[in-house]
Design a protein around this ligand. Structure first.
Ligand code: G4P
Length: 192
C-alpha cells in the first residue's frame, strides 16, 4: 500500500535493525483517515474469503481491525492479554511469548464470541516473529473456527513470522512489507 509505505518513510523511525517506531500514526497517536483506507485495503484483499469475524489482539491492532470489520460489515472481537475477573467462566487461553517485549502473556478469549463455523480474519499492527498470530490462531481454532486470513499492517519480512505462517498454510497479506531496515533507512519488498 503505497500511502502507508510513504508514511513510514516520512515519519517512521527505525531505531535499529529490528524495531521501527510508528507511534505517530499507528501505535500511540492514530491517524483515523489512514486507518479508514487500511480497512478498505484489507476488505479488498480478503473479499473472497467468506469472512464472518475480524479478530485482533489488544492494543495496537484495534484501530486497523475496527476499520476492517466496519468495511466488511462483520463483528470485531478483541483478544485480551490477561483474564479479567469479569470474563469468569468459559474462557479459552493460550500462552504467547513476545520476543520484542521479552515477556509472556495469557491470550484470552471468551468462547461465545467466536463460534464453530466462523471464518476469521486476524488483523494486527505488526507481524514479526509470528508468536502473537500463532497464539491467536490456536485460540480461534480451539473455538472451532477457521483462520481464513491474516492481515498485518506492517510486516518485518526479515523476521521469521511471515514465512512460518505461510508454511503453516495460512493466507497472509501485509500492507507494508519491510525487507531490511536500520538507522535512517527502511527498504520495502520490490525495492533494491
Ligand atoms: P510476534 O508476535 O510477531 O512474534 O512479535 P513480537 O512478539 O516480537 O512483538 C510483540 C509486540 O511488539 C507487539 O506489540 C508488536 O506489535 C510489537 N512490535 C514488534 N515489532 C515491532 C516494531 O518493529 N515496532 C513496533 N512499534 N512494535 C513492534 P504488543 O505487545 O501486542 O503491544 P501493543 O499492541 O499493546 O502495542
Amino acid at each position: 500500500m503505497k500511502e502507508l509505505e510513504d508514511r513510514i518513510r516520512a515519519e517512521g523511525k527505525a531505531l535499529n535493525e529490528d524495531v521501527l517506531r510508528v507511534d505517530m500514526f499507528l501505535n500511540h497517536q492514530v491517524d483515523c483517515r489512514l486507518m479508514d483506507r487500511i480497512g478498505d485495503e484489507f476488505a479488498r484483499l480478503f473479499q473472497e474469503d467468506g469472512i464472518t469475524r475480524v479478530v485482533t489482539i489488544e492494543a495496537s491492532g484495534i484501530a486497523p481491525a475496527a476499520m476492517t470489520a466496519l468495511k466488511m460489515n462483520v463483528p470485531l472481537v478483541i483478544l485480551k492479554k490477561s483474564a479479567s475477573v469479569t470474563l469468569n467462566s468459559s474462557v479459552l487461553q493460550t500462552e504467547v511469548y513476545s520476543f520484542t517485549k521479552q515477556n509472556t502473556y495469557q491470550l484470552t478469549l471468551k468462547g461465545e464470541y467466536i463460534r464453530p463455523g466462523d471464518r476469521v480474519l486476524l488483523i494486527d499492527d505488526f507481524l514479526a516473529n509470528g508468536e502473537a498470530a500463532f497464539g491467536a490462531s490456536r485460540l480461534i481454532e480451539k473455538a472451532g473456527a477457521t483462520v481464513a486470513g491474516i492481515g498485518a499492517v506492517i510486516c518485518k519480512a526479515f523476521q521469521p513470522g511471515l514465512e512460518k505462517l505461510r508454511n503453516a498454510g495460512y493466507k497472509v497479506e501485509a500492507l507494508a512489507e519491510i525487507t531490511a531496515m536500520g538507522e535512517g533507512f527502511v527498504r520495502f519488498a520490490g525495492e533494491n
